[in-house]
Design a binder for this molecule. Structure first.
Ligand code: PLP
Length: 319
């Protein structure tokens, strides 16, 4: 049964998952919860997901759970089972509803860390680490920025396109808690007058944004469908659930689909470029460094509508 907090005292809801509460237990995220020796806090050793919940309906839940399991697998990190995450998320939403304040737009984070070294939280490896769900109203500024054109800069990610295969310990393609590099890239971009970043490898392959997937659109000849493409996952990027859901709906609508490798030249040759992610949805790129990129608001709306179909995500998560 959900524990209740004083009305208005918290804007967020936390749900802890542990061996005693495999279906979750509500906690107050405004109070300290984590031990200072937790490896998630001191080494960024853990994985996470960020999901979007609209009007109480979670978008792409299955795809996020599959990607969480995939990231944990890459990191050799045991994970509570999918039923625990589902139950914990439901409990969090129920808590908001019980309070009578279910926000229309929620950001839901699923986090699991390796816990405290040498002190597993439970004998069962699935519950040995620290796991929680955090439900927060999506920030107004982020909602307002949806669909707005953005200027991006291409930045070197510091590895070549063979690194994912050659050096698996880099954990490329896992959504780990170690996002300091991604955040530093965003700060660098902002200091230089850009809104966002597209990473490239040192040997010139387009990768992804620090928190988004790159989508390219080529207009077909009059009467033929557009072509939608994205960098290939093998280059060491995170398989995007937003990209996957848009591709599934676009395929059904008869669009042509393509997967990289993509060079910066191909990026510039596209008719339109977008960054896509779960909560911000689809942002049209209007400039890449000093090169203008055409923005088509109808196309942005079309991609957003394809995403809203919320079709199951196949490739790239299934490969
Ligand atoms: N790539 C990176 C590095 C990300 O952090 C994210 C999301 O935060 C994405 C891509 C987009 O993933 P999704 O569409 O599943 O939100």
């Amino acid at each position: 049964m959900a524990e209740h907090f004083q009305e208005d005292s918290v804007a967020a809801v936390g749900v802890r998952i542990d061996a005693e509460h495999p279906h979750g237990m509500i906690f107050d995220p405004h109070q300290p919860q984590l031990r200072v020796t937790d490896l998630g806090a001191i080494r960024g050793d853990g994985v996470f997901e960020t999901m979007y919940c609209l009007g109480g309906e979670i978008r792409k839940l299955d795809a996020h759970l599959r990607r969480l399991a995939r990231s944990a697998g890459i990191c050799e990190l045991p994970l509570p089972p999918a039923e625990s995450w589902r139950a914990a998320v439901d409990l969090g939403i129920e808590e908001f509803s019980t309070r009578g304040t279910l926000p229309e737009h929620l950001t839901i984070k699923l986090v699991v860390t390796r816990g405290v070294e040498g002190e597993p939280a439970a004998d069962d490896p699935a519950f040995a680490g620290t796991a929680w769900v955090l439900l927060t109203p999506a920030p107004e500024a982020l909602l307002a920025s949806r669909g707005e054109p953005i200027a991006v800069t291409l930045l070197d990610r510091g590895h070549d396109s063979t690194a994912a295969e050659r050096a698996p310990w880099l954990l490329l393609g896992a959504k780990t808690l170690s996002y300091a590099v991604n955040m530093a890239a965003l700060r660098h971009a902002k200091q230089h007058g850009f809104d966002d970043v597209i990473f490239r490898t040192s040997d010139g392959q387009v990768l992804e944004g620090p928190t988004s997937t790159v989508l390219l659109v080529h207009r077909g000849a009059e009467g033929s469908p557009p072509r939608l493409s994205t960098p290939e996952r093998e280059s060491g990027i995170l398989p995007g659930t937003t990209q996957g859901a848009i591709f599934a709906a676009a395929e059904r609508a008869g669009w042509e689909l393509g997967y990289g490798p993509l060079t910066p030249e191909e990026l510039h040759a596209a008719d339109h470029v977008f960054l896509a992610s779960s909560v911000r949805l689809v942002s049209p790129v209007s400039r890449i460094d000093d090169v203008e990129v055409p923005v088509d608001h109808d196309l942005t709306a079309e991609l957003t509508a394809l995403l809203a179909e919320d079709l199951p995500v196949g490739r790239p998560l299934d490969d």
